[in-house]
Design a protein around this ligand. Sequence first.
Ligand SMILES: [Zn+2]
Length: 261
Amino acid sequence: MLNKWEGIILKSMPYGESNKIVTLYTREAGKMTAMARGAKKPASRLAAVTQTFTHGFFLLHAGRGMGTLEQGEPVNSMRHIREDLEATAYASFVVELIDRLTEDKGQGPNVFALLQDALHAMNEGYDPEAIALFVEWKMLPVAGIHPVLHQCAHCRATEGEFAFSFQMIGFLCHRCFQIDPYIVRITPTQLRLIRTFFTVPIQQVGSLTLKKATKQFMRKIVRTVYDEQVGVRLKSRAFLDQLERTPQLLPQKEKPQEDGE
Ligand SMILES: [Zn+2]
């Protein structure tokens, strides 16, 4: 059966002399794997459209096993992401995370929209680190994690001081602090930020300017949840950790004035 689906290339691997095996996430049918014959040859009409991050319309023969990619027409080749080392690194992390947390032909709710919004925002020059962090928070339910962030995870109170509990995967109010000895105390600003990351659409979060320390705090929480509950190890994360330790690897950029969390 031949289908025309809108999709984004998550992964593209050389196969044999001249072919590629691509993994793409489609709006209509979720994640797919397809053989792109001849796509490794630079002159192939499939060469450009099968590059990682490309957003396009794809003509696919879907079979019981691996499909075949017949044609593709790009909507956006994500040129800025490709040309900017930091954006490439964070976009690689996003596509790897989504690839690892989803099943072939499975359709997570809103995953395509999240992927599309994230890559387009990075391509438009929004802070790729903040966007990637946002995707990590938003993908928690896809990974089967549903943090309790609207009330105390133990007594359901909505008023009081709050802390984050990895044991409860969510907030605990000051009346319940004693049930988890390893709570992370948070300020009301941090509480609002965690809720924002989890519930607000990416367009609004993308335009926030976040301090480095804020991003580090948000990342520490979400990474600990992934490490303890999901246990996925991402190859792209090693490179990001290296960038984090040695920022001089990145070309100096004009940074916007940082304020407001
Ligand atoms: Zn409580």
